[in-house]
Design a binder for this molecule. Structure first.
Ligand SMILES: Cc1cc2nc3c(=O)[nH]c(=O)nc-3n(C[C@H](O)[C@H](O)[C@H](O)COP(=O)(O)O)c2cc1C
Length: 193
């Protein structure tokens, strides 16, 4: 394998928010490739717990309204931020494709919920890396509305399943962002004996 290719895609993957997307649509074949690659994430007990709902076209308006109203209903007068409410109304319309992320809870609950959540996160990384390879930006948003029980119901999930946010996809209108990480050395201990 060409190891430089994986270094490039992993290190180039960037969060790009909907306000920085062009209006260019994303080909369905690209979305399918992203989903196929998400499906190859590791999965404890082969439960494959990731679930995706793809919002495009007019459906984004319904999603946007649901998110904004859910945010409002979950806020207190003190916590409500009009800017956040407006952002929720706008974001879905600024992205050509919005992928809602869900976690399907195993019937027997033999596999821990933590493992199922971790598997879904791996699947989302696969989505995002694949988007990167196609020149697409992505933004995983886990705001209070997008991860609420109401969101789960909106997506048709069962009570024990979880809504895990939204993944906005689009072509960046801006320069490809520069990433920022502190060195790995401070996060690692090498244990040899
Ligand atoms: C599980 C998860 C949830 C996230 N939720 C949010 C969010 O709600 N709002 C936000 O601005 N960014 C969110 N992000 C994106 C981070 O802000 C972003 O990854 C970080 O700024 C690093 O930028 P990069 O992805 O370009 O490397 C989330 C990332 C992860 C992994």
């Amino acid at each position: 394998m060409d190891t430089s290719a994986i270094n490039q895609v992993i290190r180039s993957r960037r969060t790009v928010k909907p306000k920085n997307f062009t209006s260019q649509d994303v080909d369905q074949a690209i979305i399918r490739t992203m989903l196929e690659n998400a499906n190859w994430a590791p999965t404890h007990g082969m439960t494959e717990p990731w679930r995706f709902s793809i919002f495009r076209g007019a459906a984004r308006q319904r999603l946007a309204e649901f998110l904004a109203e859910t945010y409002k209903s979950l806020s207190t007068p003190e916590s409500f931020k009009p800017k956040k409410y407006d952002g929720m109304r706008q974001n879905a319309m600024l992205a050509p494709v919005v992928i809602a992320i869900g976690m399907k809870r195993q019937e027997s609950e033999k596999i821990s919920e933590l493992d199922e959540l971790l598997a879904v996160a791996c699947a989302v990384e696969n989505l995002h890396l694949t988007a990167t390879a196609f020149g697409l930006g992505g933004f995983w948003s886990t705001n209070i509305a997008a991860t609420s029980d109401a969101m789960g119901e909106f997506l048709g999930l069962k009570p024990k399943d979880r809504a895990l946010g939204l993944f906005y996809v689009g072509y960046p209108a801006c320069e490809w962002p520069v990433g920022d990480r502190t060195p790995i050395d401070g996060k690692v201990q090498w244990i040899d004996r």
